[in-house]
Design a protein around this ligand. Structure first.
Ligand code: HEM
Length: 119
């Protein structure tokens, strides 16, 4: 078949470049800025899922564990935040620079201070 002018022969393995999607300045304003609120409504109360946000991929081979993963991540993260205060300390470089290796990793280690919340 031909997709966007490219001939894709039968049985070709195709790997989606998720990084390119997540860092496309035509889709995301200043994509390298850590601004999670870009995914929230104006009052910051509701998560708004942009059509272009595809952490679980798309199509027939997309993640079948999406439903479980979303619940799991929510429970895991909210339990941690209920019990601990987690703050980036002054040594943390918050720029989203990457190391391109076999995978893509953050260039700078985060320095965080974790304290147990008092009851
Ligand atoms: C935050 C957590 C998760 C993320 C971000 C995630 C993301 C993804 C992505 C992007 C793919 C497609 C990979 C590709 O294109 O080749 C995938 C596939 C898959 N995921 Fe997940 N996943 C998560 C959690 C889970 C969980 C909890 C399960 C199972 C309980 C799961 C099971 C699978 C399986 C079996 C596939 C392969 C589907 C196929 O090739 O037909 N994932 N996942």
């Amino acid at each position: 078949m031909v997709i966007a002018g490219f001939k894709i022969p039968k049985d070709t393995h195709i790997i989606i470049n998720m990084w390119a999607n997540d860092n496309d300045p035509n889709v995301w304003e200043n994509p390298s800025e850590f601004r999670p609120e870009r995914h929230l409504s104006e009052d910051h109360k509701t998560f708004i899922r942009a059509e272009q946000l595809i952490p679980f991929s798309l199509g027939k081979r997309s993640c079948p564990g999406e439903g479980l993963a979303v619940v799991e991540v929510f429970l895991y993260l909210s339990s941690l935040l209920q019990k601990y205060d987690i703050k980036a300390n002054h040594k943390t470089d918050t720029s989203l620079e990457y190391l391109f290796q076999f995978t893509i990793a953050a260039k700078h280690d985060p320095y965080v201070t974790i304290t147990k919340r008092r009851k």
